[in-house]
Design a protein around this ligand. Structure first.
Ligand SMILES: NC(=O)c1ccc[n+]([C@@H]2O[C@H](COP(=O)([O-])OP(=O)(O)OC[C@H]3O[C@@H](n4cnc5c(N)ncnc54)[C@H](OP(=O)(O)O)[C@@H]3O)[C@@H](O)[C@H]2O)c1
Length: 247
């Protein structure tokens, strides 16, 4: 388990997406880590808090006022060390990743952008001001390797890819602005690998067993990457193994 020793203890952490496969695994790791003093765990639904360190909160990415309310509540407790966004959408009943441009659909594009790009941007808007100014802090949003334009050799999944590419641009933009006032802050996107969650379930056929990660393994790797980051790496995307992904 990553010790998170690059952060000042006790850490204060905000997790947007605690109900997801990867988000829930991260929440468990934070709860078990003695260096973490307080965890705000956000979801659309309720999150069960098994330790007094965890304070659940409600938010919906498509309703900005819920993010603003949560941010105002958290700021009352003092500055934060780590803000993690683990939300995302790839498929829903009325939305499937496109195999070809013939399947492009305005509603699917709008929803993918609302959840994968605009939502994390609004979280940045309301949460970046709460990052501590005098020590290492990190804002990290889960993205996907398929959001890399340079890495796109297969095509398909256009709305998901495009929304994650937009997230990369948002992360770069916020990182530049953040560096002006918080010299020790890091703002990045993270690719978790292929992880056994509801999001990847329909697409796991053909994935070699050793390349399909458990949420716990993925969460441990992501925290190790976050722990090793410095401000010089801000504004970029990194995979679960710490290797930088080209935008
Ligand atoms: N799993 C993989 O193989 C994989 C690979 C590459 C990238 N990723 C990325 O990793 C991240 C997490 O994925 P996951 O595998 O953990 O997926 P997941 O289990 O399906 O979790 C998705 C999360 O997003 C939340 N969410 C969706 N729409 C929301 C909204 N409008 N407001 C608030 N929360 C919302 C869900 O909340 P509810 O519980 O309320 O629905 C859930 O917490 C995503 O960004 C995904 O793109 C995953």
């Amino acid at each position: 388990m990553s010790a998170l020793t690059s952060f000042n203890a006790p850490m204060r952490v905000a997790l947007f997406g605690a109900s997801g496969g990867i988000g829930a695994a991260l929440l468990d790791l934070f709860a078990a880590n003695e260096r973490v003093g307080a965890i705000y765990a956000g979801a659309r639904s309720s999150v069960s808090a098994e330790t007094p360190k965890v304070t659940p909160f409600h938010f919906d990415l498509t309703r900005e006022h819920t993010i603003a309310d949560a941010a105002a509540y958290m700021s009352e407790g003092g500055p934060l060390d780590l803000v993690l966004v683990t939300t995302g959408v790839l498929h829903e009943v009325s939305m499937q990743p496109e195999k070809t441009w013939r399947e492009f659909n305005a509603d699917s594009f709008a929803h993918a952008f609302a959840v994968n790009a605009t939502g994390p941007a609004l979280i940045a808007k309301h949460m970046l001001p709460s990052l501590a100014r005098d020590r290492k802090t990190v804002f990290a949003a889960l993205s996907a390797r398929v959001g890399s334009i340079e890495d796109n050799r297969l095509g398909g999944w256009a709305s998901y890819r495009a929304s994650k590419a937009a997230l990369h641009q948002i992360v770069r933009t916020c990182a530049i602005e953040l560096a002006r006032h918080r010299k020790e802050a890091v703002c990045i996107a993270l690719h978790p690998g292929t992880v056994d969650t509801d999001l990847s379930k329909p697409f796991q056929r053909g994935v070699a067993a050793e390349k399909l990660f458990t949420p716990t393994f993925c969460a441990e790797r992501l925290l190790a990457v976050i722990d090793g980051l410095t401000p010089a790496e801000s504004g970029n995307a990194f995979a679960w193994d710490g290797v930088r992904i080209p935008f």
